[in-house]
Design a protein around this ligand. Structure first.
Ligand code: ZN
Length: 149
């Protein structure tokens, strides 16, 4: 008579103790999700804030290559400028530090892009140089840079 009584007590105990466990994780999950949403939203706002101020100081993050017309990252493209020599003829020269004054054009440091730009007379257009621009200096720079990589 005492055996079924013990058995029923033992079997009943784990049943009610499991029941509150089911809603417990649910209550736990919901606040975590809302907290994550808030944290993500604030995190994006905080990240975009300094990013826009950093990019506003620069004209823009991407540039168009005058050769292949492909858009590339500012860091991936070489800035070139037209520079007159003492005789007044223009030479397209590389400006890897992007510090030279005047109108600049952007080019992938790739000989094929340079060829395309020369064929299209893109330097004259991009640099507003009507004269046939000499790209020998730029070609030497690009080819040496291309060999290195
Ligand atoms: Zn290109």
């Amino acid at each position: 008579m005492s055996r079924p009584g013990r058995m029923s007590r033992l079997s009943r105990r784990p049943v009610p103790s499991r029941v509150p466990e089911v809603p417990h994780p649910r209550e736990h999950v919901e606040p975590v999700v809302t907290v994550r949403r808030h944290a993500r939203g604030r995190g994006r706002m905080g990240q975009s804030g300094p990013a826009t101020t950093a990019s506003s100081s620069a004209p823009g993050p991407s540039r168009t290559c005058v050769g292949c017309r492909g858009v590339g990252d500012r860091a991936a493209l070489l800035r070139v400028v037209a520079e007159p020599d003492e005789r007044g003829s223009l030479h397209v020269v590389p400006d890897p530090r992007r510090r030279r004054a005047g109108r600049g054009a952007w080019l992938h440091p790739d000989p094929s892009c340079l060829d395309l730009a020369v064929r299209r007379k893109a330097f004259g257009r991009a640099l507003r140089a009507e004269v046939t621009t000499d790209v020998a200096a730029l070609r030497a720079w690009v080819e040496s840079e291309h060999d290195r990589s």
